[in-house]
Design a protein. Structure first.
Length: 364
């Protein structure tokens, strides 16, 4: 007999579709459904893969003995949508239309909402997405960059940041709206966001601002960047790849794996030690900057993401920012759990689902 709410989560990636079945907030089945290059090259556009991926997910559900009638909700990874406030969104025609047009870029995650809707409709249950990368809750002042043609835009690890912020609020027995947090996502990219009234009121752009990360440059000297852009040494694509993919730890040390860097340090590599300290230094500076956004009134600084598993890195950061507020560590990133928790908050009545067409922000 069914004892809880069953939620199917779907996270489409470039070469696989991650699926998981949750009973309430407990993961009971999970699989990474791989797609070969030969299978995917048959499709001209990402959106054309819809039926192919849908059939594979339905096959997996049959393999696990999951009856569609047992589902209470289906939730997909949000794609490249228009700027919207954070939250759990009902999948609507306007959202699907935006994802099909791919006006903000083609990405496998654009299929998340479509696949969720396709299965939810067969099951007769609601379909949702949760906190896509386009979440925009900036205060207007945070949009000003110093160059009118280049407003600051939000691009962050919103799904993990929001999910962990909700968990911290639960731990503390307080509504998220009552907490003032600095959320620090430490992964291949780094996002540092002050959270006030439940909103991410600022965040460094994970691709082009803030600290360097395992493979991204972060904020670099602007004049020097313009100079090498026009040096004739790099094409547009090469330079973009250099600052997002071949920078940070990769650029200095040839690896994006912090564990490898720590081995280098343990073997006496002074350059590796300096670069790793510099990453902690830049992360700490950005946390300090975001503390000023909250006028120094910070309940907790929360470190999350894969790099938060590094005791060395966490210790260095704590040593620099511990005076600001107590530090909590929620290491790792579990996107499937974050999706399930977002859907669960709605179907259990904790919060209401938002409607994309009503929330879309028109930002110039």
């Amino acid at each position: 007999m069914k004892t809880g709410k069953y939620i199917l989560t779907i996270n489409p990636g470039s070469t696989s579709t991650k699926v998981a079945l949750f009973m309430d907030k407990q993961n009971v089945h999970q699989k990474n459904l791989s797609h070969s290059a030969e299978e995917l090259e048959k499709f001209d556009q990402v959106v054309d893969q819809y039926q192919y991926r849908l059939d594979i997910i339905l096959d997996w559900l049959r393999e696990t003995g999951t009856d569609l009638d047992s589902l209470d909700a289906v939730v997909g990874r949000g794609g490249l949508l228009a700027p919207i406030p954070g939250g759990t969104y009902k999948v609507t025609p306007g959202m699907i239309d935006d994802l099909r047009k791919a006006a903000r870029g083609e990405h496998a995650s654009n299929l998340g909402a479509m696949l969720a809707k396709g299965i939810a409709d067969q099951a007769g249950v609601p379909a949702f997405i949760v906190d896509p990368v386009s979440v925009d809750e900036f205060d207007d002042i945070a949009r000003i960059s110093g160059l009118p043609e280049l407003p600051r835009r939000t691009l962050s690890h919103a799904l993990n940041i929001k999910a962990v912020a909700h968990r911290v609020a639960k731990e503390e027995g307080r509504p998220l709206d009552d907490l003032r947090l600095i959320m620090v996502h430490l992964g291949g990219g780094i996002s540092i966001a002050p959270v006030k009234d439940g909103r991410m009121i600022d965040v460094n752009g994970a691709n082009d601002q803030g600290p360097f990360s395992p493979e991204r440059a972060g904020g670099v000297p602007t004049g020097a960047l313009v100079k090498i852009a026009y040096s004739g040494k790099y094409s547009f694509g090469e330079l973009k790849k250099k600052v997002i993919g071949k920078a940070g730890l990769v650029g200095y040390l040839g690896t994006n794996d912090a564990r490898e860097v720590e081995k280098m340090i343990e073997q006496g590599d002074q350059r590796a030690a300096l670069v790793f300290r510099a990453m902690a230094y830049q992360i700490s500076k950005e946390i300090g900057a975001m503390a000023t956004v909250l006028k120094g009134k910070v309940d907790y600084i929360v470190l999350t993401g894969g790099l938060a598993h590094s005791e060395r890195l966490v210790s260095m950061i704590k040593g620099m920012i511990g005076f600001i507020a107590p530090v909590k560590v929620h290491a790792g990133e579990d996107e499937m759990r974050a999706l399930a928790e977002g859907a669960y908050r709605v179907i259990s009545g904790e919060e209401n689902a938002k409607i994309y067409e009503e929330e879309v922000k028109q930002i110039d």
